[in-house]
Design a binder for this molecule. Sequence first.
Ligand code: NDP
Ligand code: BG6
Length: 515
Amino acid sequence: MLCWVLFLDKTEPTISITVVGASGDLAKRKIFPALFVLFYEDHLPKHFTIYGYARSKLTDEELRNMISKTLTCRIDKWGNCSDKRDQFLQRCFYHSGQYNSEENFSELDIKLKEKEVGRLPNRLFFLSIPPNIFVDVVRCVSRCTSSATGWTRVIVEKPFGRDLESSREMTKSLQQYLTEGQIFRIDHYLGKELVENLSVLRFSNLVFEPLWSRTYIRNVQLIFLEDFGTEGRGGYFDSYGIIRDIMQNHLLQMLALFAMETPVSLDAEDIRNEKVKVLRSMRPLQLDDVIIGQYKGHIKGGKSYPAYTDDPTVPKDSLTATFSALALFIDNARWDGVPFLMKAGKALHTRRAEIRVQFRHVPGNLFKTNFGTDLDKATNELVIRVQPDEAIYLKINNKIPGLGMRIDRSKLNLLYATRYSNAIPDAYERLLLDAIKGEHRLFIRSDELDAAWALFTPLLKDLEEKKTVPELYPYGSRGPIGAHYLAAKHNVRWGDLSEENPEVSSYIPIHRMVE
Ligand code: NDP
Ligand code: BG6
């Protein structure tokens, strides 16, 4: 054994990945499966060890049994999946400990060193735990479990605070123990394929970038819909609500990437500098540019769907929003006056995340007699569908073949499933790989976080202080009607609803909606 150790190359790196909160839902559902895919696809270094850490008393074997159930191999079809799964599981271990115990983290350190012996040790910690224990864990990691000679990085999951003050406090506390370069704040939407592609779409296609401004774009819509409620997560959700859960992070990050100026380079700092500028140029949110909703119980097809407040972990009189729509404006030269509408909701009729860009109408359109009086119905619309059925499509006006001059709306459609045979990676695969490489591009910098909270905190405070009552909408519906009024106020029609049912958008004339 000793001889073997002497012959090891001490400059050859090894990585120890510790999933803190390994017994939890996120670890089982997302983190271990993502690590497995990275292993399967040879993205992990040759030498690596994975440790699960949590308070639950588990043996290595029990951890392996637990996670093997969720390593369902989206790559099953590639063959030898079960051999690879066994090899992967043999590299997974467990250590039980308290989150604030330096002694327990020192024990982990000893175990990690045993695996790392003779190699250059790098360590990655994924904090998959409730935020109130982040700082305890980071303190223990920095004092007892950080690598003496390699790098130590910590991935932190949202929520990063619940307002500007608490987020700043958390940033300050984390920075007592870690440098900003060691912190990787995850917003998993930045790891989604179509969100990553936004910059490619804009900056490598001449047909888009010149149109990307107030001159040609009428409005932009950022839409997140889920067809299930908060079942099982009501306790967490009730103290956050949809604005903090989805809009302040996932939708705002997409907006910043969409609207930023061309960065100097693709370096993380250059991209994040541009995103911060967008966030800091945003007009303060006005209460009358926001509507909130909450789902109520509903019986459909003989099946009964619960109200948000039926969840036993949610107070019966909760005013927490499970739906919101709002209008944002970026007060800079590129976007002055263009409404950016956001809509996010749970327990709706469908599941979807997308960006819709509605262009202005063609001036002096030769074909206006074909379109009737409402020229805005015939404008181009670019849709970036983040999920499901990832796609980018552009709606254009086209002549219907034949002798007459009839025009319809058709799609130039890039549907990923038909164009690309390779599977789309899960966001956590991409983000974990980037953290291993030390690439910060898809992680949130502290000043970005600060700017995002600075935008939303006054609004959230206002809503809470005024005890604004959410508009009820039935589980499985299209959400509160208030969202239409808000859009109509800014002369916008929600593109998703018009597309699902063109009749709906044409039978509610815009002037009637604002009455
Ligand atoms: P869990 O609530 O399942 O918690 C993870 C683990 O932390 C638990 O298994 C438990 O382990 C420990 N834990 C739970 N509550 C406490 C507590 N009050 N005090 C100390 N330890 C506790 O969380 P998730 O796995 O769902 O999520 C992890 C993190 O990721 C959270 O910050 C969450 O907000 C965030 N997140 C989760 C998402 C999801 O889809 N689940 C999506 C986006 C973010 P043990 O008892 O064994 O120590
Ligand atoms: C999380 C939210 O950040 O994102 C959840 O906390 C939401 O409420 C989830 O369901 C949606 O993620 P995805 O990747 O399933 O769209």
